[in-house]
Design a protein around this ligand. Structure first.
Ligand code: NCD
Length: 305
């Protein structure tokens, strides 16, 4: 039985197969409409979510399966003190596959060790968010043609942003990918990513503070929200929350074919005036997230169509 904790759980070849499958689902949705008939997906979400939970549910429903689950820890037995290990053993009796989001790093991993069904990490604290990364990769591959030979600017909360950590982990495996890490001093990328992932693999990267200084060289600009829920105090959040705001004026500094991605939800970091720019790809990204989760469910349940 296979789980998904990190994007590195799949080899480059397996990821290629998964993205090809997602591409086929996009082109021929009817072919997959009954693929999961009789199967159930449990969504166990201990932290707020709109896209991840609903896109998992939409993915399973598109495949002809059913969904059950909870959307917050107060509506589950976690509120009574049940451990994740016990919860997953119980959920294993009700469903065939589980997507889990939790505020603690490593929670989905703990669940997978006790689970009778495949567990998908749908975000564990500030650590990893592999299915967002699959979404980002499908978006880049579909709109840019390939995953190599690109300069990716990651901007905003690089410290707590789990989508950033997962994306870097995944993208270093492709040729000639460079990173520009754009953040205020206090929200810089964690040392374990800088040293153990980037430096250890001799990946080209630079760290800058001003978005304007990076803009001109980027093929992808990945904007992120300042992760309020992971701050220790509200004053720090208030001071940093509007550090970056992408505007039409700043977009003038970018290449004509640069893409703006954002895992969403957006707060203030992208002005709504940018939404009409053809380079704004964040709502298209949401749609790719459904196809890629359909492909992931089929792959982990070992269903071939
Ligand atoms: C992200 C997350 O939960 O990490 N959202 C998402 O799943 N699309 C990003 C965020 O919350 O800022």
């Amino acid at each position: 039985m296979r789980h998904l904790m990190s994007p590195l759980d799949f080899s480059v070849d397996e990821l290629e197969d998964l993205l090809n499958l997602a591409g086929d689902i996009e082109k021929n949705p009817a072919k997959y409409a009954g693929a999961c008939r009789g199967k159930k997906l449990a969504t166990c979400f201990y932290e707020p979510s709109t896209r991840t939970r609903l896109s998992f549910e939409a993915a399973m429903l598109n495949l002809g399966g059913s969904v059950l689950g909870f959307a917050s820890s107060d509506s589950s037995s976690a509120a009574k003190g049940e451990s994740i290990s016990d919860t997953i053993r119980v959920v294993s009796c009700y469903a065939d596959i589980c997507a889990m989001r939790h505020p603690k790093e490593g929670a989905a991993l703990v669940a997978s060790q006790r689970s009778g069904i495949p567990v998908i990490n749908a975000g564990d604290g500030g650590h990893q968010h592999p299915t967002q990364t699959l979404t980002d990769m499908m978006t880049i591959r579909s709109l840019k043609g390939s995953l190599g030979n690109i300069t990716i600017g990651l901007c905003g909360d690089l410290k707590f942003g789990r989508t950033v950590h997962s994306l870097i982990n995944a993208m270093i495996r492709y040729p000639n990918v460079k990173f520009v890490l754009i953040s205020p001093e206090e929200l810089k990328i964690p040392d374990y990513i800088r040293e153990d992932v980037l430096r250890a693999n001799s990946i080209e990267f630079e760290e800058v503070e001003r978005l304007e200084d990076a803009m001109g060289q980027l093929d992808i600009l990945y904007m992120t929200r300042v992760q309020r829920e992971r701050f220790f105090n509200e004053e720090d959040y208030i001071r940093l929350k509007d550090y970056y705001v992408l505007t039409k004026k700043k977009m003038k500094l970018a290449k004509q074919d640069m893409l703006v991605l954002h895992p969403l939800p957006r707060v203030n970091e992208i002005s709504v005036e940018v939404d009409d720019d053809p380079r704004a790809a964040y709502f298209r990204q949401v749609q790719y997230g459904v196809y890629v989760r359909m492909a992931l469910i089929l792959t982990l349940l070992e269903i071939t169509v």
